[in-house]
Design a protein around this ligand. Structure first.
Ligand code: UT7
Length: 323
């Protein structure tokens, strides 16, 4: 059978960094409150004129360059984003062109903070059904553009960034020791759309609006659905919790990460956490964490990795993959 195996990763974080102290200048908040409730210390913010496609392109270029992969060999680009450059064309189409990729197709996926898990799940389907051989999956976001900078309950939580993962179809035995995606499952429940949304959009208000969230409710859903989605993967594959080398969850809040790890009985030393330095970069958060941990040597070939996520929709899901 075929497996979708990660053969390269790349990232891009905008140059400008905004610290918690910067917020305390204009809002009734403090570095201490933000660290205590979220674990976030700083976030990157895209420069004026620096768009989601620019972030995604640099992340994609870095993945191609650092792993010696030719753009000609990529036959599908899936870009997970909730903050596209424009209403149309898709941001993926722009990125495909700027990366010099001429084969196959390119499209965006909007599943908010679950976007990367959704995009990986779709990429996996294309690979195992032999419709694509090398897929670039990118998570790229400029949430700074949809923040209400006067709402201390949301604007301190998010940041901008992008990361790319290149998946390749490789023949495998069809067992849990294979490299590649071993499990992927995505879910949504539209009854919760009001909990996390923007105040506008193309058809409703003709502008993007800004993000609003019922933080406590989202926290509650994340703390239960993320571990449940990992359990679902373990049950289906027959893998054990103790076989997970790294938990790489969506990076919304360090308290959520700790709660997910605790519910799964996974030690915090096995959790990859980038939330303190990046804040919540939505669809970019998991690939950024994967890239950074692979680059610094924590994640190595053969490691079993669990990536659960939850976001607006509500959407949620998990991929289990062997590096
Ligand atoms: O990516 C998926 C989506 N995102 C998430 O998963 C995020 C989920 N939610 C959270 O991370 C947390 O709910 C927050 C960090 C947003 C908030 O933490 P909390 O412990 O749930 O606090 P809260 O919303 O219950 O607010 C407690 C108090 C409130 O004051 P009162 O009403 O008790 O007087 C807030 O107004 O803290 C206040 N508050 C703040 N105070 C200082 C809210 N934001 C701030 C702030 N600085 N930035």
């Amino acid at each position: 059978m075929l497996r979708a195996v990660v053969i390269g990763t790349g990232e891009y974080l905008p140059e400008k960094i905004m610290t918690n102290h910067d917020f305390a200048q204009t809002l009734e908040t403090s570095h201490e409150w933000i660290v205590e409730r979220t674990g976030i210390i700083q976030r990157h913010i895209a420069a004026e004129g620096e768009n989601t496609s620019d972030l995604a392109t640099i992340a994609g270029q870095n993945a191609l360059k650092d792993f010696g992969i030719s753009p000609d060999s990529i036959d599908l680009v899936i870009l997970a984003t909730t903050t596209p450059d424009d209403t149309m064309p898709s941001t993926a189409s722009k990125v495909q062109h700027s990366l010099g990729i001429k084969n196959g197709a390119a499209f965006d996926v909007n599943a908010a903070c679950s976007g990367f898990v959704y995009a990986m799940s779709i990429a996996n389907s294309f690979i195992v059904s032999r419709q694509a051989k090398r897929v670039m999956v990118i998570g790229a976001e400029t949430y700074s553009r949809i923040m209400n900078w006067e709402d201390r309950g949301t604007c301190i939580l998010f940041g901008d960034g992008a990361a790319a993962v290149i998946l390749e179809a490789q023949e495998a035995k069809g067992t849990n020791t294979d490299r590649g995606i071993l499990f992927s499952k995505i879910h949504s429940d539209g009854q919760y759309t009001e909990l996390l949304k923007t105040t506008g959009g193309v058809s409703s208000t003709k502008n993007a609006g800004y993000l609003t969230m019922v933080g406590r409710e989202i926290f509650r859903h994340a703390a239960s659905k993320m571990p449940a989605s990992v359990e679902e993967g373990l049950l289906e594959t027959g893998l054990g919790k103790d076989e997970i080398d790294w938990l790489v969850p969506h990076q919304a809040n360090m308290r959520i990460l700790a709660s997910v790890a605790q519910k799964l009985g996974i030690g915090e030393d096995k959790v990859i956490a980038t939330a303190p330095m990046h804040a919540n970069t939505s669809a970019a958060s998991i690939p950024l964490a994967l890239h950074q941990a692979a680059k610094d040597g924590r994640i190595s070939r053969g490691n079993l990795i669990a990536c659960p996520a939850l976001g607006a929709g509500l959407t949620w899901g998990c991929i289990l993959l062997r590096w």
